[in-house]
Design a protein around this ligand. Structure first.
Ligand SMILES: Nc1ncnc2c1ncn2[C@@H]1O[C@H](COP(=O)(O)OP(=O)(O)OP(=O)(O)O)[C@@H](O)[C@H]1O
Ligand SMILES: [Mg+2]
Length: 253
């Protein structure tokens, strides 16, 4: 389980996240939605400690870390949390001078010190899972955006993280390529992968999220089951936002 308690994040005087408390059970998929600048990416970056919260507590499995403005957590404590997370970015961020399979192997050989043969075997399993085994030896630049993102998902999963964090995983892709990535993420969700994802993609969110958190100006406006938030949100503000996402589309939710 992931538990965030009273997380606050400041950049200088600006309070970017305000008193965020969330519980994400094992196997759950939570979508973070809300207007641009609301703090979705910052919240994801706080979960893997790419940003260190200014206050509050994070619990990930057996590890708990509390934050305060005048006390920096140790590098070891940060690594312990970070290693339980995998991150998928909007723009893939594959290493351009490594092939697809080398990208997936990288963390296993350098961070976890696995022998190359074992890392290659694990990487091939993951490439197969995301439908990219046939491109194992391809360079990232020769892959479509959807293919690059599927390799990036395999890379994020390689060390078996407790949670997969995805920041707008489909928003750099045209609809057809996005649907390849949605299908892969849906399969992972069905297999019980715990995920937290920031997305504007209602198709993605409605297809795979169990829970939705609506974040605006650094605060949680409303949170609940995906069906409720997309179908019958309680707050007027959430209703307005969801209707902008819905505009021009009809989704089966
Ligand atoms: N390193 C930083 N220094 C100062 N301010 C920052 C920093 N990173 C983010 N912010 C600010 O924090 C706020 C939240 O940004 P964030 O990127 O988390 O929003 P978001 O919900 O992910 O938006 P989008 O939907 O556009 O991706 C914004 O006002 C942004 O300018
Ligand atoms: Mg963002």
């Amino acid at each position: 389980m992931i538990e965030l308690s009273h997380i606050e994040k400041r950049f200088g005087d600006a309070v970017i996240l305000k008193d965020i408390s969330l519980r994400i059970p094992e196997g759950n998929v939570t979508a973070l939605v809300g207007p641009s600048g609301g703090g979705k990416s910052t919240l994801l970056r706080c979960i893997n400690l790419l940003e260190v919260p200014s206050a509050g507590t994070i619990r990930l499995g057996e590890d708990t870390l509390s934050f305060s403005p005048n006390q920096k957590p140790s590098w070891q404590a940060i690594q312990k949390i970070r290693r339980q997370t995998g991150m998928v970015f909007q723009n893939f961020q594959l290493f351009p001078h490594r092939t697809a399979i080398e990208n997936v192997m990288e963390g296993l050989t350098t961070v976890l010190k696995w022998p190359a043969s074992r890392a290659r075997e694990r990487a091939m399993e993951l490439l197969t899972k995301v439908g990219m085994a046939h491109k194992a030896d391809a360079w990232p630049a020769t892959l479509s955006g959807g293919q690059q993102q599927r390799v990036a998902i395999a890379r994020a999963l390689a060390p078996s993280p407790r949670v997969l964090l995805c920041d707008e995983p489909t928003s750099a892709l045209d609809p057809e390529l996005a649907s390849e990535v949605v299908d892969v993420l849906a399969r992972l969700a069905n297999e019980g992968t715990t995920m937290v994802m920031a997305t504007h993609d209602l198709r993605l969110a409605s297809k795979i999220a169990n829970d939705v958190v609506f974040l605006e100006a650094g605060s949680i406006v409303e949170t609940g089951a995906a069906r409720t938030i997309f179908g019958a949100p309680a707050q007027e503000r959430t209703k307005r936002f969801i209707s902008t996402l819905n505009a021009g589309h009809s989704y089966d939710i």
